[in-house]
Design a protein around this ligand. Structure first.
Ligand code: ATP
Ligand code: MG
Ligand code: FE
Length: 341
């Protein structure tokens, strides 16, 4: 079975083809960063309109690259949520329309489940059970994963998501949107030492996170400090060190608590090299193995949607009815893949 994956939850149009026999066979991405950069954040209406323009041409490119045509598609998966309602509707409508036209099954998948399963596309996939640290633009989750669809959320952010904290801090430092990768680059040039920010919620038990206080600490530091380049780099470094330390402490705690021996780090912030390096060390210290998606599949992409959709469609799962997106969708509502009644 070849599954067409459609990702339109936010500001990236991602399309991919996943084959049960051959694995990931094609993928295309169109990022809207340039569209939204002038506004300093994602403008939902512009995002929806751009998805409308991109989805079908990208799907045609994927098929053409493999010498396939639409008739070879055996199933269609789209991101059903969480995400921006208008953007999700584009992917959902195209998927349902194509499904009718091609007479093939359609399934809306959970965007965070897709992020979580993205390392399954790599040569050394993680084994179940694993602990997943999902760090993206809208979510910060520690999830115990017994199997596909068997998720227990152990901790989450009580306020800002990790990616949001990176983006807001980057903005404070005058870096363009989206700031995560730029902040990482600036932090690489920063001296450790001149600044030290809090490691929120690490001094008490539990696995939840909070990043809004850290942001306030950065606001104060920026206000009081000099504006020269070394100072800005040192602030970026101190912010990133605080985030990395916080995740290292909580991931170690979660590995100890669960006794799980595989760690997955996924989502856009999972592309951060300082975070990856540190968590790899934490995992090794606990006798665990870390798995990550390739950098391009940490942020939003169609490949992860195609894969998650393939696993569920293959198990017989189908969309229950007409287009039904879930802009908000708690992960612990998910179940093991099963045929619809
Ligand atoms: P969600 O998946 O929660 O709906 P999203 O899809 O917008 O949110 P992703 O595409 O997974 O999020 O990730 C984007 C986020 O990752 C942005 O906040 C971005 O700044 C951050 N990010 C990307 N690369 C890096 C990096 N190298 N270091 C830190 N943050 C990064
Ligand atoms: Mg994005
Ligand atoms: Fe995402």
């Amino acid at each position: 079975m070849i599954v067409l994956g459609i990702e339109t939850s936010c500001d990236e149009t991602g399309i991919a083809l996943y084959s049960g026999d051959r694995g990931l066979i094609a993928h295309r991405l169109h990022s809207q960063v340039a569209t939204h950069a002038t506004y300093g954040g994602v403008v939902p209406e512009l995002a929806s309109r751009d998805h409308v323009r991109r989805v079908l041409p990208l799907a045609q490119d994927c098929l053409a690259e493999e010498g396939l045509d639409a008739g070879d598609i055996g199933g269609i998966a789209y991101a059903r949520g969480p995400g921006l309602a208008g953007a999700l509707l584009v992917g959902a409508s195209v998927a349902e329309g194509l499904g009718w036209a091609l007479d093939c099954p359609v399934l809306g998948v959970h965007h965070m489940e897709a992020h979580l399963l993205a390392p399954m596309l790599e040569p050394d996939p993680p084994a179940f059970p694993f602990l997943a640290l999902l760090v993206s633009g809208g979510h910060t989750l520690l999830v115990e994963v017994a199997d596909i669809g068997r998720y227990r959320v152990l901790g989450e952010s009580l306020d800002d998501a990790a990616g949001e904290a990176f983006d807001k801090t980057a903005k404070l430092l005058g870096l363009p949107y989206p700031g995560g990768p730029q902040l990482e680059a600036l932090a690489r040039e920063g001296e450790p030492g001149p600044f030290r920010f809090p490691r929120p919620m690490t001094d008490r038990p539990g696995l939840d996170f909070s990043f809004s206080g850290l942001k306030t600490a950065v606001v104060n530091a920026v206000r009081e400090a000099d504006e020269d380049a070394p100072t800005r780099a040192a602030i970026a470094r101190a912010f990133q060190d605080a985030v990395v330390d916080t995740f290292a402490i909580k991931v170690r705690r979660a590995l100890e608590q669960t006794g799980v021996r595989h760690l997955v780090v996924a989502g856009g912030v999972g592309a951060n090299q300082a975070l990856r390096g540190r968590l790899r060390q934490v995992a090794e210290d606990q006798g665990a193995v870390m798995a990550c998606p390739r950098l391009a599949f940490c942020t939003d992409n169609g490949a992860m949607i195609a894969y998650a959709g393939y696993r569920r469609l293959w198990a017989g799962e189908r969309d229950p009815g007409p287009v039904d997106i879930r802009p908000r969708w708690p992960m612990d509502e998910l179940r093991v893949p099963a045929p619809a009644d």
